[in-house]
Design a protein. Structure first.
Length: 274
């Protein structure tokens, strides 16, 4: 069993890919409410609470690999043969880990939302977080998560959006982030910051959309360009008014992009089966 708590909308339709949405660190599947509401009429939409987060909490070990295994189990248990998979921030790491550990046979397309294949910066990689987070600084931050999370949550929420993001978005994110368990957050942060999916990138054989916020406070255009240069089938989709969370900051346009992906992949599948 996958043991992931699921936020769901819509229903499965023959020949139409299921939409699976993977949230970022300190968030939960409910952060995809605009997609659950808008796209449930098109296909089945599933937004799990990932390990260490939301109602899944520690029902699944708070590690990226455990999340990847639980996602693969979910898709197998529910007979999902074709999915458009969206990985926002940490969710992209779970998506990449699932591809690395279980293959991409069940994927129609992958959307990477404002993320780099390695978070930590170092001598051989400067396209991690824009604040220059490296190993020593990360060790300090890890300790602070467990002891000072209520003080860190407001800044984490603000950095999730463009600098002039709508007040209600930032307030929503901060309110929900404060509910997270510092112990579980620290465990998941420790796991996500040791990941490095650069070697995997050239082997991802499904179409990839790199959905980036032009005003992101976390990742640069160069991080998306690096991925586009190393992926076999990729394009960059820029959201000019967004920071790290285009699916919330420009929800209507993000939903249109996803609907187009689902419809195109559905037509392609139909043509292949004709």
């Amino acid at each position: 069993m996958s043991r992931l708590h699921l936020h769901r909308a819509g229903r499965r339709r023959p020949g139409v890919p299921v939409l699976i949405l993977l949230h970022g660190w300190s968030c939960h599947g409910g952060f995809f409410a605009p997609q659950l509401e808008a796209l449930g009429g098109l296909t089945e939409v599933i937004a799990p609470d990932l390990p260490g987060h939301g109602k899944t909490a520690d029902a699944v070990t708070p590690r990226i690999e455990a999340g990847a295994d639980a996602l693969a189990a979910l898709m197998q248990e529910e007979g999902i043969a074709e999915a458009v998979l969206v990985g926002w921030s940490m969710g992209a790491l779970v998506a990449w880990s699932m591809i690395e550990r279980h293959g991409s046979d069940r994927l129609a397309a992958l959307v990477v939302e404002d993320m780099a294949p390695r978070v930590i910066n170092g001598p051989d990689w400067t396209l991690g977080t824009l604040n220059g987070l490296d190993g020593p600084r990360n060790a300090v931050f890890l300790k602070a998560i467990e002891s000072q999370w209520p003080l860190l949550a407001p800044a984490t929420a603000r950095r999730s959006f463009a600098l002039d993001a709508r007040k209600e978005l930032v307030e929503f994110a901060e309110r929900e982030m404060r509910k997270a368990s510092p112990r579980l957050l620290a465990a998941m942060w420790r796991s996500l910051t040791i990941q490095d999916f650069r070697p995997l990138t050239p082997h991802i054989d499904v179409p990839v959309v790199l959905a980036r916020g032009a005003r992101s406070q976390l990742y640069s255009l160069a991080a998306a360009e690096w991925q586009a240069a190393h992926l076999p089938h990729a394009r960059i989709e820029t959201f000019a008014q967004s920071g790290h969370s285009p699916h919330l900051e420009e929800a209507s346009r993000f939903n249109d992009m996803l609907a187009g992906l689902i419809e195109r992949r559905g037509r392609a599948q139909g043509a292949a089966n004709a």
